[in-house]
Design a protein around this ligand. Structure first.
Ligand SMILES: NC(=O)c1ccc[n+]([C@@H]2O[C@H](COP(=O)([O-])OP(=O)(O)OC[C@H]3O[C@@H](n4cnc5c(N)ncnc54)[C@H](OP(=O)(O)O)[C@@H]3O)[C@@H](O)[C@H]2O)c1
Length: 327
């Protein structure tokens, strides 16, 4: 496992990391979560991603209980959470990044985790109604109080990120240091086109999510939705169209000969492709069971095999013109 600086900060993250969306509480109890966390930690992972909204707060509870069981040195790993949607429907309690929500949010998360601080705190989406200045000041205060060490954004517009950085610089506040964007073979354009300027000019980090497009890139949806997959979970019907899209499945199938040549699985190839982007600080992986973890962690060994010629063939399948990636 290699470690990469989070943008231009001093902190280093394992190039593959591990997140709990959909899985913790819904598919994995504390024991299953601890087993998976232990497997990734043994492979060198030092960053665990979470959010207050995952499983209505239960995902943080499960991760916190697993961390307690595992008993690792606090200095040896990083934990994140994200605030925005909230857990309650009150007017100031959901879909906002106002000061009250952020401060109550971090306090609630720390309680559920049973931790004194999180390493990274994200604004899970942008809030078009709260002044960015109010959000920046609140995140700065949370860091000053020692409840988080760094802060970042998730799926903000590039212009909003730049505005937040500039407000922080103007007032000598803690700046946001990383974005958490979606990035995989199917969904790469925002990362490459919109955000690249923020990575290049501001040294912003990128902790990318959904590298397997919810499992579509593993190839397991080629014969329909397997009963033991995310696609079959109650309440996730909204994923069905994406997971059974014939055009997308044909592209996944076209990747198979390349995976075979490289002696790896489709999942490993798709994860390794994400790792090849130098602006990626870490690829946040997800898994519902330990076998997937073992398979996915080996992607780190596949990345060096992705030569420019292989990458061109992969891009050919996913129909992204070379110049779009280069400029
Ligand atoms: N900031 C945001 O808004 C945001 C949004 C989404 C995710 N995230 C973060 O990113 C993390 C990863 O996202 P994701 O879970 O969507 O990642 P993903 O890699 O796209 O999908 C992971 C899912 O694919 C299946 N899978 C993984 N490896 C497999 C393998 N080797 N073989 C077969 N199936 C496999 C598993 O689901 P099944 O076994 O159930 O099919 C697993 O839970 C999340 O946990 C979260 O921390 C952040």
């Amino acid at each position: 496992m290699e470690y990469r600086h989070l943008g231009k900060t001093g902190i280093q993250l394992s190039e593959l990391s591990f997140g709990s969306w959909i899985t913790f509480h819904t598919q994995a109890d504390v024991k299953a979560a601890a087993d998976m966390m232990s497997a990734v930690y043994d492979a060198g992972v030092n960053f665990f991603d979470n959010a207050e909204s995952y499983a209505g707060g239960k995902s943080e509870e499960v991760m916190g209980a697993a961390l307690k069981q595992l008993g690792w040195r606090r200095g040896s790993y990083l934990v994140s959470t994200k605030i925005y949607w909230g857990l309650n429907g009150g007017v100031n309690e959901h879909n906002t990044l106002n000061r009250k929500r952020l401060i109550e949010g971090i306090n609630g998360s720390l309680e559920r985790f049973q931790l004194d601080y999180v390493d990274l705190l994200y604004c899970h989406r942008s809030d078009k109604t709260t002044p960015i200045e109010e959000t920046v000041w609140s995140m700065h205060n949370i860091i000053e109080w020692g409840k988080a060490l760094y802060w970042g954004t998730s799926e903000w517009d590039a212009a909003e990120i730049v505005a937040a950085i500039e407000i922080a610089e103007r007032h000598h506040l803690h700046k946001p240091v990383t974005e958490q964007p979606r990035y995989n073979l199917f969904e790469r354009n925002r990362f490459s086109r919109e955000y690249e300027r923020v990575y290049k000019e501001y040294g912003y980090g990128a902790t990318t999510f959904s590298p397997l497009s919810s499992g579509l890139l593993t190839g397991k949806y080629s014969q329909g939705i397997p009963a033991d997959s995310r696609g079959a979970l109650e309440g996730f019907d909204w994923l069905h169209d994406r997971l059974t899209d014939k055009g997308k499945l044909a592209k996944v199938q076209a990747l198979e000969p390349i995976a075979k040549e490289l002696n790896c699985t489709l999942s490993q190839l798709a994860l390794a492709w994400c790792l090849k982007n130098p602006f990626v600080s870490t690829v946040i992986t997800g898994a519902s069971r330990v076998e997937q973890v073992h398979e996915n962690m080996k992607a780190a060994n596949v990345a060096p095999k992705l030569t420019p010629e292989i990458l061109e063939r992969v891009d050919g399948i996913f129909e992204v013109k070379k110049e779009e990636e280069d400029d």
